[in-house]
Write a protein that binds this ligand. Sequence first.
Ligand SMILES: C[S@@+](CC[C@H](N)C(=O)[O-])C[C@H]1O[C@@H](n2cnc3c(N)ncnc32)[C@H](O)[C@@H]1O
Length: 337
Amino acid sequence: MNATMSLEEIKHHPVMLNHVLSIISPQHGGTFIDCTFGGGGYSQAILKFTGTKVLAIDRDKLTQKYANSLEKKFPKRFIFFQEKFSNLNKVVKQNLNPRAIIFDLGLSSFQLADRKRGFSFESKNLLNMEMGINKYSAYDVVNTLDKEYLAAIIKILGDEKDGKIIANKIDEYRRKKPIKTSQELALIINKAKKNYNYYKKNPATKTFQAIRIFVNQELTELILGLIEAAKLLSNGGILIVVSFHSLEDKIVKNFFNLYSNIEKNPSRYLPIDANKSSLFKLITKKPLVASIKDIKENVRARSAKLRYAIRNSNSFFYPNEFKNKFENYFKLESGKI
Ligand SMILES: C[S@@+](CC[C@H](N)C(=O)[O-])C[C@H]1O[C@@H](n2cnc3c(N)ncnc32)[C@H](O)[C@@H]1O
């Protein structure tokens, strides 16, 4: 992607598409839920097989135009909702019986490249970082959030050891004038990080990740989205998640471990169906990663981790243990502005 390209010229290469297709086997038909429609790469590849139907959602209203073209092409087999995947139950009927529910987390190439959204360090537009259907923007977070709270967000959601130093520098700056653009914010962070010239990545990378996660409540979304997916799937249904950073992967790994009884199994020796505390058969004990070809097409694939599991026929039970495990993320992301 280069700085002079228009959004129309940018291509989003779906990450690990071949892995996803070989897991869900769309050639056998069935209904699929694409929870992160983006540029429609996965949905389109599934719809190429005539016996398939796709219900897709995305929180970003800009994805609607890609959805419109698929709705035109496949009016009886494709439907799109602009919605957050934590609200999956609002748009999907309980008895839909999907063959697979797919999450391909994070940002699409279109969102990253759109300077107006402010996801990139060079953006001179007003700080935004919203994926869609948000309560507040990065501008609100950076300029109004309590200094200690900001430090905690940067430290925990960005895994940034210098969270406090960075929050202090931000606070110093905003006392004089508001921080308006992503570029301005990146420069403030660069000054706060010592020896930043030696960093391979831009030194603002982790802080930007933290603020983006907070603005979009991404971890809460993921936790609630996985729970909704587990409710919707019936016996044999597949749940696939492609994640891009360690916080996301930790949540996915824990979810599958707990609900396939890998981590704490009171009745490990019972057959799966008799074991009422399990909802899934975990297939990927270790995550699958992208091929070199995938990485060449889309550099984001470098950090992709794919995990999947197959739902059994046990009745859904509320996953308190899972929610409790990540209570801190809920609390952190629900901070009032
Ligand atoms: C990596 S892209 C998906 C790309 C897609 N698989 C493709 O092949 O084009 C991720 C998409 O998920 C959407 N998204 C992220 N979090 C979401 C959420 N909580 N609810 C709904 N959509 C979400 C983003 O807006 C973005 O368009």
